[in-house]
Design a protein around this ligand. Structure first.
Ligand code: ATP
Ligand code: MG
Length: 422
């Protein structure tokens, strides 16, 4: 009996993997352009990190973690998100002491969440994320948002909507929280049990509920915007004016709250407005988390970040009909006829590859016609033909597949000839 792949995961095969390489390349290149450096953290962490860093009342911690006990009786969890691990690493490696603040980091790493699989929702998925740590300048909030938008736009996405909100500072949140409790409490029995639990713990999360999103009390819920103190208002205004300065369009949605507990001030999501994208339209989400570094044992460090999954990015590209230009063609295919030529083709191929030329040959003892077919399928620019006659003359017959032109080339000069692109 054969064994299948686990639910919610997938293989990425040649033909598809080139797209992944291309978007990973774009994410890395844009990050470097914005002066962000890569960080890689372990695939698993102590379970406590996520309980504390993501928050006990979140869906991630309550329902979605892959937690296991190792042979040393430690509780470990496969990384469900990147911010808590990056923050742990920032504290543990004392990156707050580095001269170059803020510390600007990016990661491209697999994440694991036990979710109900559907289009755009997997149990293993890859997130590209950014964390800018150590600055409370609203301009860096705008920089982080613009980085995400740049990646999407340069890959060819057009139907994007940036949704922006602020969660305010601690004081504003406290006043908002009280208003939310007063609003929902009288009719809380009409909500799901999750929401009932959230009411006193973290009523803001009720606004993020997927089950009760259409309840009438959701629409009339008190807005954070009415509870912002002066400082939070000013902060939000400055984020918006930095976005304006970069000509980045956005819409304000006061009901946008992020799923994770550690956010304050700026919160944002980037959505796809493409037809046919399906039920899940969020491409990425992020926001400011000024308290997290301190919560995890470091000094007070205002920070902001976002995460996007590459799976949803690929879905959006597909929905918008964007085709990615992937380079798959072969430069040279060596056709060898006869035993001696076949032997010689081994060193010829080695010569080509050492010269940096993408090349291949037949390994199935195919007839000439079938070897040409293989070269065709691989979209070889040149086919180099070596038969007995060529061997005795010390030459190889090179056919330019585009022009049809054939040239006799001295074997030792084959790579030079191809590099000249004749
Ligand atoms: P959602 O509301 O869709 O569950 P979330 O709030 O759980 O999203 P975040 O934790 O903010 O999402 O993760 C950031 C991004 O990671 C999302 O915007 C999305 O692009 C992606 N993402 C989250 N969960 C999954 C998943 N199970 N499969 C694929 N991508 C995901
Ligand atoms: Mg989720």
């Amino acid at each position: 009996m054969s064994i299948n792949i686990p639910r919610g995961t997938k293989d990425i095969l040649p033909g598809e993997v080139e797209k992944w390489q291309l978007i990973e390349q774009k994410a890395k290149e844009v990050s470097a352009r914005f002066n962000y450096k890569e960080i890689r953290t372990p695939i698993f962490e102590h379970t406590d990190l996520f309980q504390r860093g993501v928050g006990d009342s979140t869906d991630i911690v309550q329902k979605e973690m892959y937690t296991f006990t190792d042979r040393g009786d430690r509780s470990l969890t496969l990384r469900p998100e990147g911010t808590a691990p990056v923050t742990r690493s920032y504290v543990e490696n004392k990156l707050f002491g580095l001269p170059g603040q803020p510390v600007k980091l990016y990661y491209i790493q697999p994440m694991f969440r036990y979710e109900r699989p559907q289009a755009g929702r997997y149990r293993q998925f890859v997130q590209f994320g950014i964390e800018a740590m150590g600055s409370a300048d609203p301009a860096i909030d705008a920089e982080v948002i613009s980085l995400a938008m740049t990646v999407y736009k340069e890959l060819g996405l057009k139907k994007l909507r940036l949704v922006l909100n602020t969660l305010g500072d601690i004081e504003s949140r406290k006043s908002h929280k009280e208003a939310l409790i007063a609003h929902f409490e009288p009719r809380i029995e009409e909500f799901c049990t999750d929401c009932q639990n959230r009411l006193t713990k973290n009523p803001l999360r009720i606004l993020d509920c997927k089950k009760d999103r259409d309840h009438e009390l959701m629409k009339s819920a008190p807005s954070i915007l009415e509870h912002l103190n002066e400082e939070s208002k000013t902060y939000f205004e400055e984020v918006k004016s930095s976005l304006d300065a970069m000509n980045i369009e956005y819409v304000i949605d006061p009901t946008l709250v992020r799923g994770l507990d550690y956010y304050n001030h700026t919160a944002f999501e980037i959505m796809s407005e493409a037809d046919g994208f399906g039920a899940i339209t969020t491409l990425s989400g992020g926001g400011r988390y000024n308290g997290l570094v301190e919560d995890l044992g470091g000094p007070a460090t205002p920070s902001i970040g976002f995460a996007m999954s590459l799976e949803r990015l690929l879905l959006a590209l597909e929905a918008e009909g964007v085709t990615l230009e992937t380079e798959e063609d072969l430069e040279c295919y060596v056709v060898a006829l006869g035993d001696e030529a076949k032997q010689k083709s081994v060193s010829i191929l080695s010569q080509l590859r050492q010269a940096g030329i993408k090349s291949d040959k037949d390994y199935l003892d195919k007839k000439m016609k079938a070897q040409f077919k293989a070269a065709d399928r691989l979209k070889a620019k040149y086919v180099a033909i070596l038969g007995e006659e060529e061997l005795t003359k010390g030459i190889i017959n090179v056919k330019n597949m585009e022009s049809g032109e054939q040239t006799e080339v001295v074997i030792e000069e084959l790579s030079t000839f191809i590099k000249q692109g004749k």
